[in-house]
Write a protein that binds this ligand. Structure first.
Ligand code: SF4
Ligand code: SF4
Ligand code: SF4
Length: 268
């Protein structure tokens, strides 16, 4: 399990621990104000942060800045990929969800109303503190899950996010327009999220080599062998999101616990 499970999981996965969604945590350490400021100010703040990062990322300063950036990120706003079955379990711990426009896509695509983010707290005070552009939609658990299952079939990767760790305030559904994807994976600046507690594996007997799963994988972790007419998943590249399974008509892909996969254990 990842370091957040050890620190905040009470023997469970940290994002399946009820306390981490609690009103008590939201009431502490200025989390409500932090969350409102984070969301309201994201569109103006992040392009400037990226400019600052661009100025140092190819210089020796980056080596010095990296550990500090990671530490701050883990304290304030860190994520972890979670497959759909874990999303289903998360919705057993919360009362419903508030759907809101994705703040990353505001920056990366200019779309101010791409509704891929789900707030997991129904806290009235926090909702009232968000600016009008968020025009929140309140969803029941069933409504939220139904819409997230649809996003799963489309290949969007689910992740949970802290607002002053360990409080979990949001569940995201992302593609390559996600700032976390870009900073952690595409640009490899520094990690702002953990991979999932899982790793994908293909059954050689079941796979028919159709390659539909390859288009679904955001991380380029699926390789095709024309010799074997099969695909395999590179465990060191796999983030364990599980969305490749949704398009496999042969049910050939399963997720295994990361700690059981020698090459991927400890790769977060
Ligand atoms: S993490 Fe994903 S859903 Fe959340 S704000 Fe970023 S792109 Fe949007
Ligand atoms: S979608 Fe399934 S059957 Fe098709 S290549 Fe991928 S694992 Fe094999
Ligand atoms: S191969 Fe891994 S990273 Fe790619 S879609 Fe499947 S589970 Fe996700």
């Amino acid at each position: 399990m990842c370091e957040f499970c050890t620190q905040h999981g009470e023997g469970e996965k940290w994002y399946l621990t009820m306390k981490n969604y609690s009103r008590e945590l939201l009431n502490e350490k200025g989390r409500r104000e932090y969350t409102a400021e984070f969301l309201n100010g994201f569109h103006a703040r992040v392009p400037k942060s990226i400019e600052q990062l661009d100025a140092i990322r190819k210089t020796p300063w980056m080596r010095l800045a990296r550990p500090m950036l990671i530490r701050a990120q883990k304290q304030n706003h860190y994520g972890q990929v979670a497959p759909m079955e874990d999303v289903e379990k998360i919705f057993e711990l919360v009362h419903g969800a508030v759907r809101l426009p994705c703040v990353c896509r505001r920056v990366t695509t200019g779309n101010m109303n791409a509704r891929y983010c789900y707030g997991l707290t129904m806290d009235r005070e926090l909702m009232d503190a968000l600016d009008d552009s968020f025009s929140l939609e309140t969803l029941t658990k069933d409504e939220a899950l139904e819409s997230i299952r649809k996003l799963d079939r489309e290949g969007l990767v689910h992740s949970v996010w802290t607002f002053k760790t360990p409080f979990i305030g949001g569940l995201c559904n992302c593609d390559q327009d996600c700032m976390a994807y870009r900073i952690t994976h595409a640009r490899k600046d520094y990690p702002v999220m953990f991979r999932a507690e899982w790793v994908g594996m293909v059954s050689m007997e079941a796979c028919n080599g159709c390659r539909l799963c390859m288009r679904q994988c955001q991380y380029g972790a699926i390789r095709y062998s024309s010799n074997h007419k099969k695909v395999t998943i590179d465990p060191t590249a796999c983030y364990g999101c599980g969305v490749c399974r949704a398009v496999c008509k042969k049910d050939a892909i399963v997720l295994q616990p990361r700690e059981m996969v020698r090459e991927a254990a400890g790769m977060w």
